[in-house]
Ligand binder design. Sequence first.
Ligand SMILES: NC(=O)c1ccc[n+]([C@@H]2O[C@H](COP(=O)([O-])OP(=O)(O)OC[C@H]3O[C@@H](n4cnc5c(N)ncnc54)[C@H](O)[C@@H]3O)[C@@H](O)[C@H]2O)c1
Ligand SMILES: O[C@H]1[C@H](O)[C@@H](O)[C@H](O)[C@@H](O)[C@H]1O
Length: 335
Amino acid sequence: MTVNVGVIGVGMIGKDHIRRLTTVLAGAAVTAVTDVNLDEAKRVAGSVPGGATAHGTGQELIDDRAVDAVVVCSWGPTHEEYVLAAIAASKPVFCEKPLATTQAACRRIIDAEVAFGRRLVQVGYMRRYDAAYRALKAVIDSGDIGTPTMLHSTHRNPSVPGHYTREMAITDTAVHDIDVSRWLLGDEIIGVRVFKPRKNSLGGELEDPLFILLEMAGGALVDIETNVNIRYGYDIRGEVVGETGTASLGAGGPVTLRRNNLVADEVPADWRERFIGAYDVEFQEWIDAVRDGGTFGPSSWDGYAAAVVSDAAVEALHSGERVAVDLGDQPDLYA
Ligand SMILES: NC(=O)c1ccc[n+]([C@@H]2O[C@H](COP(=O)([O-])OP(=O)(O)OC[C@H]3O[C@@H](n4cnc5c(N)ncnc54)[C@H](O)[C@@H]3O)[C@@H](O)[C@H]2O)c1
Ligand SMILES: O[C@H]1[C@H](O)[C@@H](O)[C@H](O)[C@@H](O)[C@H]1O
């Protein structure tokens, strides 16, 4: 069976996911698209292999009987509406991160999914599917470096689009590091502080860079560096410090060049290049789960947890104080 997918939002990542669903992966077709920029939706619909319907609204797309499952790739503040509508239509929905931009919105999604009684939502935390992050987690879980005491997480973007706001360094960028900290360390975050280093003059009004400190329930500390105007490339690093050793994500590309007394390694241009393999695995597993009724990846609970921590981090950014984090009780659906 082919899973017929409808894509809401055909900007950068929407187009990239349409490309992988239609030309890279097996078992899926894109039969419908929509975007507030309807002309762009029509243009993209015309270029989809096999053709797709361009709908005037996200609700129309979700109601389309030829759509089995929905992919949400519009801007963060619009995610809640579409995820709730997909749940109301009993359709599986893959929502790009963040699940929603506030914890209250994520709670409404959890409540709707719990009332439905079965998981329908997966959130696009693709680092969990990246080969390097998976290898790092395997080292931690093996016990080879002892109990983790610290995680250093570096998140550098060469630049960000014009609509990127001050809080997005946390709600749009650091959310990946927040999610991957919980996943790598198998632990919850209980407190957060945010420090503001000297500003990068290329960042304009943005608070850039940021240094975010997470306290894990088990006592480990995580430091996150966000830097979103670093120009030289898209640089993602991670190092776990254990009691008896350390483990880091491998650096750069497949080849390291040494010549003229210099060592050169590749730095990807952007997230599409750095995480191309991770997005492919993430979507193939999602398609297979939709088709076979299997288990979905990062859940609404994971999306909610990231939102609770990012809400706390935004508060800490403004107040300069430590802010405590409490997720409350996890519904059985996500155990
Ligand atoms: N997992 C990742 O690494 C990753 C990478 C990039 C983007 N994202 C996420 O994907 C989402 C989109 O990011 P992008 O970089 O593609 O942005 P983008 O601006 O390139 O594209 C967003 C598209 O959504 C459309 N849109 C906005 N509001 C809409 C609405 N209400 N209904 C339908 N369409 C609407 C816009 O017109 C635009 O075409 C964001 O949530 C972002 O955080 C995730
Ligand atoms: O939406 C993007 C995307 O999530 C990238 O993975 C991240 O590095 C960027 O900071 C963010 O703006």
